[in-house]
Design a protein around this ligand. Structure first.
Ligand code: CTP
Length: 393
């Protein structure tokens, strides 16, 4: 496994040498990238001698002629660890600033990110740093919290680099997760559907597709290939996912049915419209003073239909948007739709469900087990959910 160790300019940079050795003992090929400030504390020569690999320091370093190192390293990294992460580097990573080799490399990479901050306790506790940590966590970075104690500047508080074993454990945990769907294809239905009334109007719902996109990103963080069949939501699918765009429930079924036969896991996160207008008028229905009647006919149950064509033994997971916390209706859906499990979100909560960035799931398994995610970003919820499914007996 290839690990890029980014070292930024904290006094704790001297401990990165031991950290690099421990990671090598744990089986990683370690390549180090230093920021300018890190070079005030430790040297390129030290890490090159320790790791037997080139150590990058400047944004234009190119150890292999003609191959841009920031792209080369970004692509080949299985995990990126920034330890120690100073306030400056951490805040830059959260904001997407790429003004040196380390921040450029992180921005260019899809690899999971582990960050071990070390800084003055006031810098760590400041609102801007807290917001950056929230932002990084929402993108599923693993933060190895600094310890309380005496820091180099003479103050007391939280800011000391975590222990080397805690950092190595966090890296191990994240790389174990990134193998859990290796070689697997996961089909996800996502977003709303639109059921046309005429050429300019449609029936739809408030789904944004954010949970489906988060699931696709989570699949990729777990080493799998994500196939997203998505309705017209606002959420941007992650780079690297296979995306099939559809409009109506019937389109969704047709597209997903073809893909379901190759899927190793199927997740129905779409808010499929249960009904469609029996007839969709060509052109525009004109205004008149008379009431009009709309006759709706039921749409197929996409997830239940996919169960009929999926490979034997494939786990099918549904979502249930319930208007209250009662779980009985969701339990019935497990049976009715032939699901392995169903993730229930209570859409009456302002911080969970439709069109927000956080979610809280209750997961009900067909065998009666239950689990709860707690309130987390949609990406963290998606990772939690997929791990629950993959780790289930
Ligand atoms: N679903 C589907 N096709 C439909 C309706 C729902 O694939 N026509 C899937 C959703 O993607 C979700 C699960 O079924 O994974 C549950 O969706 P939900 O809307 O909660 O259930 P419904 O079957 O629509 O039941 P109700 O409207 O009575 O709650």
């Amino acid at each position: 496994m290839n690990l890029v160790l980014g070292v930024s300019g904290s006094v704790a940079a001297y401990r990165s040498a031991d950290l690099a050795r421990e990671l090598m003992r744990a089986g990683f090929v370690v390549r180090v990238c230093l920021t300018d400030a890190a070079e005030k504390f430790v040297t390129q020569a030290l890490f090159e001698a320790l790791t037997g690999q080139p150590c990058l320091t400047s944004a234009f370093d190119e150890p292999v002629a003609g191959r841009m190192a920031h792209i080369d390293w970004a692509r080949s990294a299985d995990v990126i660890l920034v330890a120690p992460a100073t306030a400056n580097t951490l805040n830059k990573l959260a904001a997407g600033i790429a003004d040196d080799m380390l921040t450029t490399l992180v921005l260019a990479s899809e690899a999971p990110l582990v960050i071990a901050p070390a800084m003055n306790p006031h810098m760590y506790g400041s609102e801007v740093t807290r917001n950056s940590l929230d932002e990084l966590r929402a993108r599923a970075a693993s933060i190895v919290e600094p310890l309380e104690g005496d820091v180099a500047c003479g103050e007391q508080g939280q800011g000391k680099l975590a222990s080397i074993s805690a950092i190595v454990d966090a890296v191990r945990e994240i790389t174990a997760r990134s193998a859990k769907l290796a070689g697997k294809t996961v089909l996800i239905t996502s977003g709303p559907t639109r059921e046309p009334l005429d050429s300019v109007r449609f029936l739809s719902n408030r789904s944004s597709g954010k949970m489906g996109s988060a699931l696709a990103r989570a699949v990729m963080l777990m080493g799998g290939q994500a196939t997203l069949v998505c309705g017209p939501g606002s959420a941007r699918p992650p780079l690297g996912a296979q995306v099939v765009r559809v409009e109506t429930a019937l389109d969704m079924l047709e597209a997903a049915r073809g893909l379901a036969q190759r899927a190793d896991l199927i997740v129905g996160a779409a808010a499929v419209a249960d009904y469609r207008p029996e007839q969709s008028a060509h052109g525009k229905i004109r205004r008149s003073s008379e009431p009009i009647e709309l006759r709706l006919v039921p749409n197929p149950d996409v997830i239940a239909e996919l169960g009929k064509v999926a490979k034997p033994g494939v786990r099918i997971v549904g979502f249930a948007a319930e208007p209250d916390s009662a779980l009985d209706a969701a339990r019935q859906k497990i049976v009715r739709k032939g699901l392995f499990a169903i993730a229930v979100n209570n859409v009456s909560r302002p911080d969970a469900g439709f069109d927000v960035d956080s979610n809280e799931l209750s997961l009900l398994f067909a065998d009666g087990r239950t689990a709860r995610s707690g309130l987390q970003s949609k990406l963290s919820c998606a990772l939690w959910l997929l791990e629950q499914i993959v780790d289930s007996p």
